[in-house]
Design a protein around this ligand. Structure first.
Ligand code: NAP
Length: 167
């Protein structure tokens, strides 16, 4: 199992990924899919969401009905525009555990996904049906560490769940 810390907190990566691995373009999502946005909203509502500073800045406002947590080294504040700020992923996870949240969603972008993949308990990946131009990518998934399972198909994407292999 990749995860050994924060055992009382389920840590879930949630991402939408194009067929060519792209997740972002010029600070935004490369596609418009209300269906995928609705899936994301329904899945994450009520739980904390952890994101990188650039992803937070790409939102017009904090995500509603979720504790918004931003990871940043440059922001020298503990609050920004309705979000909590932490200096590391680890300190953000410790906060969620202290608050006794049962689970937390790690929502990107590329830099945060890469770090979180080492400690996540699960990944929910929407595989968008198409290739897109972009500048940020989902990190490579080590097939020796993760088992991929099809969950269901939507019009714009197929939903997969990844669970760590037992080792
Ligand atoms: N398709 C999807 O599912 C999805 C999801 C989310 C985002 N996106 C897209 O991804 C793009 C943004 O991703 P990105 O990789 O460029 O940026 P990001 O991961 O959102 O943010 C990067 C910033 O987070 C902070 N950070 C990263 N690692 C850190 C660490 N270990 N400790 C402390 N702070 C850390 C740093 O902030 P400071 O510079 O302030 O120190 C860093 O500059 C956008 O295009 C967005 O739309 C796509």
């Amino acid at each position: 199992m990749p995860n050994s810390k924060h055992n009382d907190l389920e840590k879930i990566i949630i991402a939408a990924v194009a067929k060519n691995g792209v997740i972002g373009a010029k600070g935004k999502l490369p596609w418009k899919s209300s269906e995928e946005m609705e899936f994301f909203k329904n899945t994450t509502t009520g739980f904390p969401v952890i994101m990188g500073r650039k992803t937070f800045q790409s939102l017009s406002k904090p995500l509603e009905n979720r504790t918004n947590i931003v990871i940043s080294k440059s922001l020298k504040t503990s609050n920004i525009n309705g979000a909590l700020v932490f200096g590391s992923l680890n300190s953000a996870l410790s906060y969620c555990e202290k608050k006794r949240f049962p689970k937390v969603f790690i929502i990107g972008g590329e830099q945060i996904f890469a770090e979180a993949m080492e400690i996540a308990d699960k990944m929910l990946i929407s595989e968008m049906k198409g290739e897109f131009e972009g500048d940020t990518f989902f990190p490579p998934v080590d097939k020796n560490k993760w088992v991929k399972k099809f969950i269901r198909g939507y019009s714009d994407f197929d939903l997969y769940e990844y669970i760590p292999t037992e080792d």
